[in-house]
Structure formats: C-alpha cells, structure tokens
Design a protein around this ligand. Sequence first.
Ligand code: ADP
Length: 383
Amino acid sequence: MVETKRRHHMALRVGVIGGGQLARMMIAPAVELGLDIRVLAEGEGMSAGLAATAVGDYRDLDVVRAFARDVDVVTFDHEHVPQDVLRALVAEGVAVHPGPDALRFAQDKLDMRARLAELGIPQPDWAPVRSARELQDFLDAHDGRGVVKTPRGGYDGKGVRVVGDPGEAADWLDGLADGEALLVEELVPFVRELAQQVARRPSGQVASYPVVETVQRDGVCAEVIAPAPHAVERLTEVAEEIGVRIAEGLGVTGMLAVELFQTDDDRILVNELAMRPHNSGHWSQDGAVTGQFEQHLRAVADLPLGSTAPRSPWSVMINILGGPSEGSLGDRFESAMAAYPEAKIHTYGKDPRPGRKVGHVNVSGEELDDVVYTARAAASHFD
Ligand code: ADP
C-alpha cells in the first residue's frame, strides 16, 4: 500500500490566524468534526481565546511560522496577514487555505477589480485614481458622482466615501505613496444588496448556498434574510454562477462571500469579496444543514462538503451591536432567551463598545413575516 502523509482527518490540526468571532464560531464545529483547532490570537482575552494556543503578531513571520509548525493547515479569521508572510509559509511547504494567490484579491480592491474584469464578471464601472484630475475625469464621465475607496484595510464602510468633488477625497489622495492609487467606482443605483456564499475544496469540489439579501445600516451589516425574498430563479442562478466562477477563477479555498448589488433593471454587480466565513452567512449556522463555519473547516481540510440546503423556508439573522445601553449584556442575553426561546442567540464574548458587533440572533421558520418579527423582537432586547 502507498503510504499517505495525510493524517486521518480525526487528527488533522487546523490553525486559524486571528482570534475574532469568526474564529470563535469555528470552534464548536471543529470539535464536532473531530478536528483539532488552534488559534493564533492577536492578544489575550480575544473572542476565540478558548482555542488560542498562541498569542502574537500575525505580521511577524517568526510568530506565524512557529504557529504553523504545529498544524496541518492554516486558515484565517481575517484577510490581513501580509502577502510576504503567506508566501514564505507556502514556500516552506505549509498548506495555507485560502492561499496567497487567491487572498490577494480579497486584500486589495484594485487587484480584485482588475481580476474580475479579466474574468468578465459584471461589476460597477471603476478606475484607479492617483490625482484630483483623474478623479474629476471619472466623475465627469459618471454624472458627477462616484464612490472612492481605499483599496486596502477597509471594513464596515470605513474607507468608502461617496464624493461629488475630488476635494472630498483630498486627504486620501494626499496620503498616497508613490505607485499607490485609490479606487473609484460608479455610484450604483442599487435596489438592494445581496450576498452569495460558495465553499470550495483544494481538490475542486464546490458547494453554493442560496443567495441572501443583506441590509446595511451606517455601513455595517444589520440584517440578513435567507434566501433573498422575491428572488426569481434567474437571479438565483446568476448569483450562484458568479460565485462559482469567482471561486474557481481565483482559486479560492474555504468559504467565499461575494457581496452583490441588484439594480432596478435586475443586473447583478459584484461589490466585494471575502475569503472566509462572512457576516452574511451567519444565518446558515442554524438555518442550513451545514453552517458556513463547519463548511469552511471541511473545505480547508479538504473533506467532503456538507449539504447547503436550508432547514426552513426562511431564516433571518440580526446583528447585536454594543451600545450605550444600561444593564449588563449578560442580562440582556438572558431576557432575550427567556422571551424568545425559538431564537438562537449567539454571543462573541466581547466587551460591548458602541457599534461593535457582540453577537447575533438567528430565527428560522415557515412564514417570513413571523420570522422577521421574532428576530427583531429578540434583537430589540439589546437596544
Ligand atoms: P467595506 O469593505 O468597508 O465593507 P464596501 O466596498 O463593501 O466596503 O462598501 C460599503 C457599503 O457602501 C456597501 O455595502 C454599499 O452599501 C456602499 N457602496 C459601496 N460601493 C458602492 C457603489 N459602487 N455604489 C453604491 N454604493 C456602494
């Protein structure tokens, strides 16, 4: 018999870089799958601290290398590990999923736009801009308005600005180093935002979730409805096809989330990508046969993917944000649980700072109106 170097999956060690809530939510499914999960956390007391076997700076190759030495596959809670660190690991034979060649398109929005253009994926008009003159030219060609983005490091709407004049992006333009550019996009008159989740294994198997509707408030995901209401078959198919083409075209391994705009003439345009479990997929923890955190682990460990079928006709996810409210978060969780036993309430173990995501509520059921009502009522305990 040929000796295989691959461990039986029960002994596979998965290392997650980053100790936030996404890593935390991989822990329970890892235990269920029999995987040995280890986390490299940024500091003590992080959300995923209970699986943290190391604490250190993910930008420091020595720290990451030492962590990677004791695991069979490395994956992520976020996209911020630098390319040179990732490439050094790969060169040393570490299995990294998603790998640096895929991840760079989730790290840099200009690289993403250029690559999606090559693949012929529908997206907003865009351009790299280095000066007020170039930005003005783009605005002139797009009814005087545009959305300027810093290509790297943005999240929850930080690094995104709607402008009608180059002066509104002057600080960002002035801050550009040689060779750097900002991204400008047409202001898409979208009727709603959607998200498509796809999982892909290194050996090629893919599985897609039903497309969902996402509602943002102040640039932060507030609610998700799964599947997207009033989604005609064509829309569902187009979203899935876009997700699969991106996963395959970019060589993504693990979970991929594709944020989409739907326009009033029913075009679907790609906004941005995340190569990890994503807020728009949290509904699947309780609303699908295989939740996205389990699916991500299966995918990065190259295990057979699970069914993505919904368990109920409708699921709604509502984020719980920290606020200036009185009373401890623990009391609020308890009162929401008591009032709405049908709601699944997830907590991240984080201190509640205003606007910070500290948990979410998932509710599933037969009637969308009832599901929305219950999810909002349960979430209102945290207002
Ligand atoms: P982040 O990386 O901070 O999540 P996004 O690129 O997803 O930033 O943009 C945040 C939000 O800004 C989007 O969810 C959408 O509501 C709005 N937005 C972004 N790009 C455009 C665009 N080209 N046209 C219209 N709205 C946009």
